[in-house]
Structures are given as C-alpha cells and as structure tokens.
Design a protein around this ligand. Structure first.
Ligand code: SF4
Length: 62
C-alpha cells in the first residue's frame, strides 16, 4: 500500500507520527513527510490507524 498526505489539510499535530514514526515525519518547519514509498507489510495496520485517526482527514491510501 501507499499513503499520501494533503498538506492543505494537515495541521501538523503529529498523531500519525506517534502511530508510525517509520512512515511519517515532521520536519523542523512542521511539514509532514511520508518517508517510505511503499508501506511495509508490518506497518500497514498502524498506517491505516493513522488514516482513521487523523483529525483533519488529511491522510489517504493510494
Ligand atoms: S495526523 Fe493528520 S493532521 Fe496530524 S500530522 Fe498527521 S496528517 Fe497531519
């Protein structure tokens, strides 16, 4: 699976980073980066949780 972020919606609250720090990273300017191209199998559950829990609905699969 892949995951993408809509930076127009993201408010940089780091909920996704807390759930999957190997996939999501906030830089020094509070811009979220997806640091993997394909989400590894063992992290997919956490990434789906992040998609569900993002309060701004900024994350999506694909
Ligand atoms: S949980 Fe959503 S709003 Fe928060 S940093 Fe991640 S993408 Fe942005």
């Amino acid at each position: 699976m892949k995951v993408q972020v809509d930076l127009n919606l993201c408010e940089a609250n780091a909920i996704c980073v807390g759930l999957a720090p190997k996939v999501f990273d906030l830089d020094d300017d509070d811009v979220l980066h997806i640091v993997v191209d394909e989400v590894p199998e063992e992290l997919q559950k956490r990434v789906r949780m992040a998609i569900d829990r993002c309060p701004k609905a900024a994350l999506s699969e694909g």
